[in-house]
Ligand binder design. Structure first.
Ligand code: NDP
Length: 485
C-alpha cells in the first residue's frame, strides 16, 4: 500500500479539493451546474463500457514468453521462429457464446488467442482449444453464431436452434463431437491445448512455401469437469477460470505449453486425401507428424483488466514476413472480420493502444479518426508516393506467387465431402467411459429438442460410427431410427 498518497487531479490535471461532497446551494441542495467534476464523473461512468465482443466476450488473459528451442529456419524466415528467439506474448482465453458476465465453467469451445510482439511487427494466432471448427464456409458463420446466442423472443439459449443447425450442417459433426467430449468442459484454462486450427503458410529465405498447422500442448495435462462438477462450481463461482489463471500466476506457478507445428510441402495440397484448407478437418498425425518448436510460458498478469484484456484486439490479419495465409475460406473471412470488429468495438486506431501496439516501429499513412495518438511531427509526407522522405515499400517482403485456378462460382461445399471419417476416428479413440460421458453430455444438451431434429442428428452419429448413434439414443431413451439406414 502507498504510504504517501499523491495529489488527485481532474482529467485536465487540476488539483481536486473535495472528492466527497457535491457543490450545492445550501446543505440540502440542489446541486449546481458548475460542479463540472460531478458532471464529468457521471459522464465517464456512462461511458465505462465498450461494446462487448459479439463472440468470445468473456475472457482471461496473461502475458508470457515464447522460446524457440528448435529453430524453424528451414521452413520460415520469420524472426519469431529463429533458434533461441524469445518473444513476448499475450494469450487471451475465452468462452465463445456467453456474454461478458457469463459463468466460466460452461461447456463451450475455449478461445486461445495469441499476440506475439515480434521484432518484425505483431503476429496474432487467433485459435481455439480445438483443432477444427463447426463450419467451413464463412457464409454460414453468422448463422452458426446466432444459434449459440439467445432466441430473439424468449431471450433464452436454445438447444433446438443449436441441434437444428448442426443436424442440417454435417460439417459440424467433428467439432460437435469434441465439444461434447471431455475437452468441451475444461477444468481450467491451464489444462487446455491451443490450436491455430486454420492452415497457414510458412515462407523460407529461399522463397519456398510450406503449409503449416500450429499446436500448443499443455504441460499441465488435459483435465476436464463433468457436467455435475461444473454445475457445483458455477453455483459458487462464476469466475472459476479467471480465478484459477490469475491466482496461479500470482503464486509463481507459470503454466506452459509445448509448441509444435505440422508441415506440408506446398505441392502436397493438390493430391492429399483431405482438403488441407478445410477447417473441419485435421491433418492426421500419422500423415504429418508434430515437429517440436519451442515452449510458451505465461508468467505475468495484466495490471489493468479493461486496458489490457478488454481492449486487447487479436486479428489473423496481423502476420509477419515468413508467415502467410492459405486458401482456407474461413481464414480469408476472419482476416477481414476480426480487424473490422475491433474498429467497431474499440475505434479506428485501436492498434495504437498500448496492449495492441507493436514493439517494432509503425509507419503507416493512415490519417485521422478516433484515438489518433501518434501524430507524426511536422511532416509533408502524409500521402504516398511523396518527395519528402516518407516511408516506402520494400519488395524483399513480397510473398512468392500462389497458383490458384478455377471458375468463379458458388461451389456446394457439402458435395462429396467426407464429414464422417474424422469424427468417427475421434469417437473410436475415446475410452469406453469417455464414450459414456460423450453420450450423456449430448443427451443433456439435447433436452427439449424436437424428435425430428434428434433423429436427423442420430443419422450423422450413425454415419460416423453406428456405436455412436446407438449410445446417444440409449442415453436419450429414444429409438435409434438411424440403425436401419
Ligand atoms: P492420433 O492417434 O495420432 O491422435 C489422436 C489425437 O486425438 C491425440 O493426439 C489428441 O490430440 C486427440 N484427442 C484425444 N482425445 C480427444 C478429445 N476428447 N477431443 C479432441 N481430441 C482428442 O490420430 P490422428 O492424428 O489420426 O487423429 C485422430 C482424431 O484425433 C482426429 O480425427 C481428430 O478428431 C483428433 N485430433 C487430431 C489432431 C491432429 O492434429 N491430428 C489434433 C486434435 C485432435 P492432441 O495430441 O492434440 O491432444
Amino acid at each position: 500500500m502507498a504510504t504517501k498518497p499523491e495529489l488527485m487531479t481532474t482529467t485536465g490535471g487540476n488539483p481536486v479539493a473535495d472528492n466527497q461532497n457535491s457543490l450545492t446551494a445550501g446543505p440540502r441542495g440542489p446541486v449546481l451546474m458548475q460542479d463540472y467534476q460531478l458532471l464529468e464523473k457521471l459522464a465517464h461512468q456512462n461511458r465505462e463500457r465498450i461494446p462487448e465482443r459479439a463472440v468470445h466476450a468473456k475472457g482471461s488473459a496473461a502475458y508470457g514468453t515464447l522460446t524457440i528451442t528448435h529453430g524453424l529456419e528451414k521452413y520460415s524466415k520469420a524472426a519469431v521462429f529463429r533458434q533461441g528467439a524469445q518473444t513476448e506474448a499475450l494469450l487471451r482465453f475465452s468462452t465463445v457464446a456467453g456474454e461478458a458476465g457469463a459463468a466460466d465453467a460452461e461447456r463451450d469451445v475455449r478461445g486461445f488467442a495469441l499476440k506475439f510482439y515480434t521484432t518484425e511487427g505483431n503476429w496474432d494466432l487467433v485459435g481455439n482449444n480445438t483443432p477444427v471448427f463447426f463450419v467451413r464456409d464463412p457464409y454460414k458463420f453468422p448463422d452458426f453464431i446466432h444459434t449459440q446466442k439467445r432466441h430473439p423472443r424468449s431471450h433464452l439459449r436454445s438447444n433446438t436452434a443449436a441441434w437444428d443447425f448442426w443436424s442440417l450442417s454435417p460439417e459440424s459433426l467433428h467439432q460437435v463431437t469434441i465439444l461434447m467430449s471431455d475437452r468441451g468442459l475444461p477444468r481450467s484454462l491451464r489444462h487446455v491445448n491451443g490450436y491455430g486450427s486454420h492452415t497457414y503458410s510458412l515462407i523460407n529465405a529461399a522463397h519456398e512455401r510450406f503449409w503449416v498447422k500450429f499446436h500448443f500442448k499443455t504441460l499441465q495435462g488435459i483435465e476436464y469437469m463433468t457436467n455435475a462438477e461444473a454445475e457445483a462450481v458455477v453455483a459458487k463461482d462464476r469466475e472459476s477460470s479467471q480465478r484459477d489463471l490469475y491466482t496461479a500466476i500470482e503464486k509463481g506457478e507459470f503454466p506452459k505449453w509445448r509448441f509444435f507445428v505440422q508441415i506440408m510441402p506446398e505441392a502436397d495440397a493438390a493430391h492429399y486425401r483431405w482438403n488441407p484448407f478445410d477447417l473441419t478437418k485435421v491433418w492426421p498425425h500419422g500423415d504429418y507428424p508434430l515437429i517440436e518448436v519451442g515452449m510458451l510460458e505465461l508468467n505475468r498478469n495484466p495490471e489493468h483488466y479493461f486496458a489490457e484484456v478488454e481492449q486487447a484486439a487479436f486479428s489473423p490479419s496481423n502476420i509477419v514476413p515468413g508467415i502467410g495465409f492459405s486458401p482456407d475460406k474461413m481464414l480469408q473471412a476472419r482476416v477481414f472480420s476480426y480487424a473490422d470488429a475491433h474498429r467497431h468495438r474499440i475505434g479506428t486506431h485501436y492498434e495504437m493502444l498500448p496492449v495492441n501496439r507493436p514493439k517494432s516501429p509503425v509507419r503507416t499513412y493512415h490519417a485521422d479518426g478516433a484515438m489518433r495518438f501518434d501524430a507524426p511531427k511536422g511532416t509533408d509526407a502524409y500521402y504516398e508516393p511523396n518527395s519528402f522522405g516518407g516511408p516506402v515499400q520494400d519488395a524483399r517482403f513480397a510473398e512468392p506467387p500462389l497458383k490458384i485456378s478455377g471458375d468463379a462460382d458458388r461451389y456446394n461445399h457439402r458435395d462429396g465431402n467426407d464429414d464422417y471419417t474424422q469424427p468417427g476416428d475421434l469417437f473410436r479413440l475415446l475410452s469406453p467411459d469417455h464414450k459414456e460421458r460423450l453420450f450423456s453430455n449430448i443427451a443433456a444438451a439435447m433436452a427439449g429438442v424436437p424428435e425430428e431434429i434428434v433423429q436427423r442428428q442420430l443419422v450423422h452419429f450413425h454415419k460416423a460410427d453406428p456405436a455412436y448413434a446407438a449410445g446417444v439414443a440409449r442415453a436419450l431413451g429414444v429409438t435409434n431410427h438411424a440403425a436401419g439406414k
